[in-house]
Write a protein that binds this ligand. Structure first.
Ligand SMILES: [Zn+2]
Length: 90
């Protein structure tokens, strides 16, 4: 397994990342070939927000520089409200 940047806190995930729609590292929408990246952990008060997150094949094979996902944090993918999957409370 290649070296990978650490997973972000579950509390720092975008909605899309939290719901498994977007790569946890680069933020690209996941289509085919998403792989499990592990479990992002975080507590929101007494609620355990830990959740399994996914990465695109490019990141799984050749990880981006650590912190690359941070640059994408400001871009929340809220275009498709589904009412499912919970997501992070705002
Ligand atoms: Zn990626």
């Amino acid at each position: 397994m290649p070296d990978r940047p650490p997973l972000p806190s579950a509390l720092d995930l975008t909605r899309a990342q939290f719901d498994g729609w977007a790569c946890v590292w680069c933020g690209m929408p996941l289509r085919k070939g998403a792989v499990s990246a592990g479990r992002a952990e975080g507590m929101l008060g007494e609620h355990d927000m830990s959740i399994e997150v996914y990465a695109c094949p490019a990141c799984a094979i050749a990880p981006r520089t650590p912190g690359a996902w941070v640059a994408l944090r400001g871009r929340r993918d809220d275009g498709s409200p589904t009412g499912e999957g919970g997501g992070l409370p705002s």
